[in-house]
Design a protein around this ligand. Sequence first.
Ligand code: GDP
Ligand code: MG
Length: 457
Amino acid sequence: TEIDVQNLRSPICCILGHVDSGKTTLLDQIRGTDVQGGEAGGITQQIGATYFPADNIKERTKELRADAKLKVPGLLVIDTPGHQSFTNLRSRGSGLCDIAVLVVDIMHGLEPQTIESLNLLKMRNTEFIIALNKVDRLYGWKVFPNAPIQQSLKQQSDNVQSEFKWRLTDIITQFKEQGLNTELYYKNKEMGETYSIVPTSAVTGEGIPDLLLLLLKWAQKTMVEKLTFKDELQSTVLEVKVIEGLGTTIDVVLVNGVLRVGDQIVVCGLEGPIVTVVRALLTPHPMKELRVKGKYMKHKEIKAAQFFKVAAPGLKHAIAGTALYVVENLDDLEDVKEVVMEDMKSIMCRVDKSGEGVHVQASTLGSLEALLELLKSPEVDIPVSGISIGPIHTKDIKKASVMVERKNEYATILGFDVKPTPEAQELADKLGVRIFTSDIIYHLFDQFKAFIDVVKE
Ligand code: GDP
Ligand code: MG
């Protein structure tokens, strides 16, 4: 079929992988910024997203001589702190990202969060490419800044090449143990069945042209239908943030459709549906991401796929990880309000009716869902009596403290990718509520299980 080139939207790509595998550095390298250096301890504090216009990618991949082949307008790449919170983000029921990059540190191979990411990608049926990162750390590596990877590999010494080979073979075996066939991308003859590995260095830029090109080519080859622009609005709230001068704002990914200033929108709120009107649509300057400080550009309307900030009154209790809707017709308002809260309802049914169980809290609705799913699994089987989204506040401590008298071991908060406020921590200490927090889901279980074992003794 003929591709309507005018009408393809940009693919949305997310970057996943174990902590410290180089996700943020990889994005920095492509973008030419230094977010990683600016982050506290190098840890990604918030979700950030960057839009790469096709021209920029053409320039970066020109050595691979592929400039004529790009048909999408660009690539929207999202970096995320808790990878679960990311793959689980919803946009009208389906996963948010079209394609993913799974980053693996060549010196470490598969790590716990790599495997968690992998399972989520499988669950969501999301296509992905593996970036085998930090190749420059192979002993004796000679740097060829920003070079295509084959060009760089060819010029390495025999020792480097042989270390590269055995580490690669080892990692391919580890993937096999996870039930996955993988192969170097330029040797991969069966993309789709066998996942492609692109060796990269986020520090020297080697292999980055290959990664960008493969992402776009693969997306536009296999996802034409998915990437064909649709008018129907499809959008997800990624973050809820207070910004000086703007009040509470939401950072939004627009997957399809057009959003305009003055549109009446409905989003899912902790205290019910929020109906409001878009006051401003703001983006950072091109190639910068929303985290990098600087003046925003104002827009009258924004067409998908894009990532931007929405300022509107009344967003205080909006929930990250849920869909945003536009009210096209006032008659539909009641329906939309109901649809918007459906995500929340499906989560509420997971709470134990007995009223006995731990309190569970996460940064987004999607990550809360993932956490609840795992708590319910037979191997884990921890009952839940209460849930919440966002930072742990005193009200959450009060809720959890009900268990102190009833079933003391459940007077516990399991927080995924969230932290207690100082007042909340103080109250927890006073009332005897335990708080376990982690960025890795199964570490939460480990902490809780260890605690239960102590209680039993
Ligand atoms: P993230 O947790 O996955 O976002 O990882 P970061 O991007 O924060 O990187 C973790 C550390 O690894 C930082 O010190 C980076 O400078 C370093 N790093 C990331 N990518 C590379 C790479 O390709 N080569 C080398 N030598 N170091 C890297
Ligand atoms: Mg990071």
